[in-house]
Design a protein around this ligand. Structure first.
Ligand code: COA
Length: 194
């Protein structure tokens, strides 16, 4: 099964794709370190792959460009077939971000999601500091429906770091713990067709 866009091909994720991800670039902004895949052993790669693909309430895909290079992966999780909704996740190789691939992947997949899978609504959660992702999602038709605080993944981050200071308004320190604002975003079939 292949879902084709103008410059991207989306296919169900295979184990060998996870091995290719080990060669991806790295984010140098500490706010994005959670998206840097650490070096994994064969066993950890297998575990990660089965965690992503082994359940029926998730679907994970690899994204290739026209040169057959693995440039990202995406998935839908928490699929609720009765409600016809799910939650999007998407991560690209840092070497291929900011080139329009994310937006094209999402809009291509939404077409399939609404028209072939007959789903009704897609949600996602994104950190307020992640301006690039928010722009990409807004361009794809998502809009913000909720804002809440969540514990930041790195409690030991250097708070004098320039990236942290720049995004100061995205963080709150509560009783010594670092929290960051999350936006919940949504798109539904009706709005998508307009
Ligand atoms: C989020 C992600 C999938 C988006 O894909 P992408 O291919 O980089 O996005 P696109 O190039 O299609 O769109 C990005 C847009 O954000 C804009 N942008 C980039 N940095 C920005 C910033 N700091 N502030 C505002 N806008 C910014 C770009 O200019 C572009 O908009 P434009 O096309 O109107 O110029 C990708 O960047 C990624 O994998 N990031 C790391 C992991 C991640 O954050 N995942 C999402 C978790 S919710």
């Amino acid at each position: 099964m292949k879902i084709r866009g103008e410059r991207v091909i989306i296919t169900p994720m295979k184990l060998k794709d996870v091995y290719s991800m080990m060669d991806w670039g790295k984010h140098d902004n500490p706010l994005f370190f959670d998206y840097n895949l650490p070096p994994l052993t064969h066993e950890e790669i297998r575990e990660w792959y089965s965690y992503k693909t082994g359940r029926s309430n998730k679907k994970y895909y690899s994204v290739f460009n026209k040169d057959h290079r693995l440039i990202g992966y995406m998935g839908i999780k928490r699929i609720r077939r009765l409600w016809k909704d799910a939650v999007l996740g998407i991560v690209f190789d840092p070497n291929y971000i900011n080139q329009g691939y994310g937006t094209e992947t999402i809009t291509t997949y939404l077409e399939y999601y609404f028209n072939e899978m007959k789903m009704r609504t897609m949600y996602l959660e994104v950190a307020k500091f992640n301006k690039r992702a928010i722009k990409c999602y807004s361009k794809s038709g998502f809009y913000i429906v909720e804002k809440y605080l969540d514990l930041f993944f790195d409690q030991k981050i250097d708070r004098t770091n320039e990236y942290f200071l720049q995004e100061n308004s995205s963080f709150e320190i509560v009783e010594g713990k670092i929290y960051n604002y999350i936006y919940k975003m949504k798109i539904d079939r009706k709005a998508y067709k307009i």
